[in-house]
Design a protein around this ligand. Structure first.
Ligand SMILES: NC(=O)C1=CN([C@@H]2O[C@H](COP(=O)(O)OP(=O)(O)OC[C@H]3O[C@@H](n4cnc5c(N)ncnc54)[C@H](OP(=O)(O)O)[C@@H]3O)[C@@H](O)[C@H]2O)C=CC1
Ligand SMILES: O=C(O)CCC(=O)C(=O)O
Length: 476
């Protein structure tokens, strides 16, 4: 539980913004224009379920329209409220600017516990919520493009896209009204895992930064590093899976809603995931120690702490006891402004949310572009690329034979080199490039300015500068 004097999520984001903006020289009034949330729409609608009308409350907040469309997920959770969606929408503005994704910031939410409803009921509720937003252009390929967030996924996005198409039958770009759709409904390869993949790429970038590693007191590579992860949902599961299976990290603690699992030698992420899918809980998982008080395990010894569930979980009440030297904010806003200050004083390095979880919106951008161009990435080039590669391989083999040297290319090389890049390879390449460039931009500010002591302030400076430039260029 957060202490009573903890600022709200919205205030927390604004305090972090203010901390950065105090180091900038913006024209009078522009700081306020960037910080404030442009509009928040609240909708209450009824759906007839189980013989009676149920009333639901939902929100769509638009933080900044310096670029359009505005972008940001739709969350389904009981804790959704105006303050939360506005904080999340503000983070979307800064995130998109940081990773050079040409969108303004938005976010939506519906107060609902999706676990209480059958699939057909959720479809009715989602379509009705979408209807309310679509008729006000708060879902629209040119103006406002939602995506998945906590409690929603590709299934809900497919319903929203279909609802939009039913209401806009002649809009040829209708499918671009939402991203994070399944492939067969206009989605893109690699979006489902994109946010977790981005967390992995964020860590790769950090581990290449020797100055940053020194501040965190970490040495070596990711292999063998002990990781605590909170939330084994879309983001947490993929991040934990990639870090353990591809980088050799040991996922020593997994914290879920109903407790935590711990194993000094590392947990088998896939096996824990399958257990949760089957039993709906971590309780009873056989190959680990189970701690009933999950949140307490945020304080466990580890090298990297990855909160990937909710905001405000690291707060003034527990920040002092956090032992991880490095926190990667896979969730939005997991560290409050008060905790941020405590952790900074302790020398803990925080890889901020607006960078760490930007993989999702980056690949959403690729999906939107794909939808508008009406063609899968790589479709025109792949075969041509393969033919050119084949020419080189044939020529190398001919030269080797003619010269009598008898070199042969390893089959592995041929297989890898000959294959032209398909959609998934292109998405990964674009994501890696985006995350690397954004990290480098933050690191230049962090290491290059004496008045910037942390990555979050650096991230805000990079991103506010871009939003400000955009307002200056277009005028108000
Ligand atoms: N999906 C995306 O592409 C993006 C998501 N994010 C952010 O990442 C975070 C997670 O989102 P996402 O993975 O999509 O959401 P999901 O709904 O897929 O997963 C959330 C996970 O957190 C768990 N959880 C819920 N409450 C608690 C709790 N009190 N303690 C521990 N675990 C808890 C959930 O458990 P249970 O299933 O039992 O509820 C679930 O495993 C959010 O902050 C979101 O805003 C950021 C960028 C993009
Ligand atoms: O993919 C998107 O457009 C937005 C994802 C999101 O909600 C987020 O980054 O917090």
């Amino acid at each position: 539980m957060n202490p009573a004097n903890e600022p709200s999520f919205r205030d927390s984001v604004d305090m972090m913004f203010n901390h950065a903006v105090a180091l900038m020289d913006l024209p009078p009034g522009l700081e306020e224009k960037i910080r404030v949330c442009n509009a928040t729409y609240t909708v209450r609608f009824g759906v007839r379920l189980r013989g009676r009308i149920h009333t639901f409350t939902g929100y769509r907040s638009v933080h900044s329209e310096h670029m359009e469309p505005v972008k940001g997920g739709i969350r389904y959770a009981m804790a959704v409220n105006q303050n939360e969606v506005e904080a999340l929408a503000a983070l979307m503005t800064y995130k998109c600017a940081l990773v050079d994704v040409p969108f303004g910031g938005s976010k939506g939410g519906l107060c609902i516990d999706p676990r209480e409803y059958e699939e057909h009921e959720l479809e009715l509720i989602t379509r009705r919520f979408a209807y309310e937003l679509i008729k006000r252009d708060m879902i629209n390929p040119a103006q406002n493009v939602p995506a998945p967030d906590m409690g929603t996924g590709e299934r809900e996005m497919a319903w929203i896209a279909d609802q939009y198409k039913r209401m806009n039958t002649t809009d040829i770009n209708g499918v671009a009204c939402v991203t994070g759709k399944p492939i067969n409904a206009g989605g893109i390869q690699g979006r489902t895992e994109a946010t977790g993949r981005g967390v992995q790429y964020a860590l790769h970038a950090f581990f290449r930064d020797s100055e940053g590693m020194e501040v965190a007191g970490l040495t070596g590579g990711l292999e063998g590093k002990r990781v605590t992860i909170q939330g084994l949902g879309n983001v947490g599961y993929h991040a934990a899976k990639f870090l353990s299976e591809e980088d050799g990290c040991k996922i020593t603690t997994i914290i879920e809603r109903d407790g935590a699992l711990h194993h000094d030698d590392g947990l088998d992420v896939e096996s824990v995931h399958q257990w949760i899918v089957k039993h709906g809980t971590i309780t009873g998982y056989p190959d680990a120690r189970c701690e009933p008080e999950g949140a307490k395990m945020l304080e466990a010894e580890c090298d990297i702490l990855i909160p990937a569930a909710l905001e405000g979980v690291i707060n003034m009440g527990n920040a002092e006891r956090i032992k991880a030297p490095l926190i990667v904010e896979a969730a939005n806003g997991p560290v409050t402004a008060g905790a941020d200050e405590i952790l900074r004083k302790k020398g803990v390095v925080i890889v901020p949310d607006m960078f760490a979880n930007a993989g999702g919106v980056t690949v959403s951008y690729f999906e939107w572009v794909k939808n508008l161009s009406h063609i899968r990435f790589g479709r025109m080039q792949r075969r041509a690329e393969e033919s050119r590669h084949q020419l080189i391989v044939d020529e190398l083999e001919r030269l080797s034979e003619d010269s009598g040297v008898g070199w042969t290319l390893s089959p592995n090389f041929k297989e890898k080199y000959l294959r032209g890049a398909g959609e998934l390879e292109l998405v990964r390449s674009g994501l890696y490039d985006t995350m690397t460039a954004a990290y480098d931009a933050m690191a230049r500010v962090w290491h290059g300015r004496n008045d910037v002591n942390d990555l979050r302030t650096a991230a805000y400076l990079v991103s506010i500068e871009k939003v400000a430039a955009s307002y200056r260029a277009k005028g108000l």
